[in-house]
Each structure stands twice: as structure tokens, then as C-alpha cells.
Design a protein around this ligand. Structure first.
Ligand code: PRP
Length: 213
């Protein structure tokens, strides 16, 4: 049975829909209950619901063979796993945001609040801009409002959180989407199964792209 770590929440449900369409349904998972593990022997899959941030930990340590992780997590933590497919789901952007009238004064250290210190650090290192990184765990938008930082580096999906907090996108760092990732050892030993899954998911993505056009 192929062990698949799904991120709990809207993205996981969307990706499960794609897996179902790809031939890996699991009726037990569609029941409204609080179980975290589900299997469909016939389809050869066992699904786990895990916190989105933890998917790469399960996959990296081999508790899951494959999983669905955001590109933000892959860039931030560089886990040792194979990235197999861009699922073109959970699309959003990693951005620098701040007050609309913000102007960077390069003679001063720039204070940047973020959940993603490595992504933010790499972004500013590339521009040779010295920054002080302030690591927060959420509600990042508060930081510039309360004067804790000058700007933030965070995920923007609809832009609503920024807008409702009087902030705006100042620069785009990179696009983000969900990726299918695999444990390297699992990929060696179960290559055929994992390649089939990847190929079928690729077909589902292509078909949905064609439906949209
Ligand atoms: C993320 C991100 C923004 C928000 C962006 O937060 O950190 O706050 O979503 O989405 P929007 O552009 O559609 O408004 P998340 O929901 O993960 O919560 P958090 O603040 O606890 O990290």
C-alpha cells in the first residue's frame, strides 16, 4: 500500500479530489469524522491527514512514501526528498508587503518580519540588502502596523488579509504552489507505483487545465 500524507485543510481536500480522479479514491476519507488515517486496499493507498507544515517531516522520515507540500515549505526547509510534480493547486505568491507609502532607506537596517526567515534572507542577500529578520509564527501583518518591523515577507493568496490590515504588496519574491514529494528510499523501492501515481495526477492536472481553457 502506498502511504500518502495529505495536508489537513482546504488544500488537502482539493488534492484528494485530484487523487480520487486519478484512480486513488478512498470512501472512508470522505466520511465526516475525526479519524486521521484511511485506507483503500483495492486502490492500494493509505492516506494520513497531517498538519501542512508537517508533511515533509513524515515524508522525509519515511512514515509516508509521498505527500503534498507547499513550495514555501520546500524552499524554507530544503527537506531531503524528491519533488515530483507541480500540482498547480494552492497557488499563491510569496511577497514583501508593507504600508503603501513605504520607501526603503538603504542607510538603515531593514526590519523584516516573517514565518520564512530563510526565503526572506535569501531574497535580500541576493540584493545585497542588510536586513534584521524577525521570526514570527503567524498574524505577520501585525508587525509593521505595530512598528515591530518595516515590512513583512509572507504568503499572499487573495490579498484580503493585507488589504484589511492597510498593507499592500511591495515586491513579489516567488510564486508558490503545492508539490507532490516523495521519500528518496521509497522512490527507489516503489518507483513503478510512484511513477504511475505521478503520471495519473499529471493527466488530471492537464485535463482540468483543458477544461478551464
Ligand atoms: C496566510 C498568510 C496570510 C494569509 C494570506 O496565513 O500568512 O496571513 O494566509 O491570505 P490572503 O491573501 O488570501 O488573505 P494563514 O491563514 O496561514 O494564517 P497565519 O497568519 O496563522 O499564518
Amino acid at each position: 500500500m502506498l502511504n500518502i500524507a495529505l495536508p489537513k485543510g482546504r488544500l488537502g481536500e482539493q488534492v484528494y479530489g485530484m487523487l480520487k480522479e486519478a484512480g486513488y479514491p478512498c470512501p472512508a476519507l470522505e466520511q465526516p469524522d475525526r479519524r486521521l488515517i484511511f485506507e483503500n486496499e483495492k486502490a492500494g493507498v493509505r492516506y494520513f491527514w497531517v498538519k501542512p507544515h508537517d508533511v515533509t517531516i513524515y515524508v522525509e522520515r519515511g512514515a509516508a512514501d509521498v505527500g503534498i507540500a507547499g513550495k514555501d515549505i520546500l524552499l524554507e526547509y530544503s527537506p531531503e526528498l524528491f519533488e515530483l510534480l507541480d500540482l498547480k493547486a494552492g497557488n499563491c505568491r510569496m511577497c514583501v508587503a508593507g504600508p503603501a507609502d513605504f520607501r526603503d532607506n538603504r542607510s538603515r537596517m531593514l526590519r523584516v518580519a516573517t514565518k520564512f526567515p530563510r526565503i526572506a534572507g535569501d531574497f535580500y542577500a541576493e540584493k545585497s540588502r542588510d536586513v534584521e529578520l524577525i521570526k514570527l509564527n503567524g498574524s505577520i501583518e501585525l508587525a509593521p502596523i505595530l512598528g515591530l518591523s518595516d515590512v513583512i515577507v509572507d504568503i499572499v493568496e487573495t490579498g484580503r488579509t493585507l488589504f484589511e490590515n492597510g498593507l499592500t504588496v511591495l515586491e513579489e519574491v516567488c510564486p508558490i504552489s503545492a508539490r507532490l514529494v516523495a521519500n528518496p528510499a521509497a522512490y527507489r523501492f516503489r518507483r513503478e507505483e510512484i511513477d504511475t501515481l505521478t503520471m495519473r495526477l499529471g493527466e488530471v492536472i492537464k485535463a482540468s487545465g483543458e477544461r478551464e481553457n
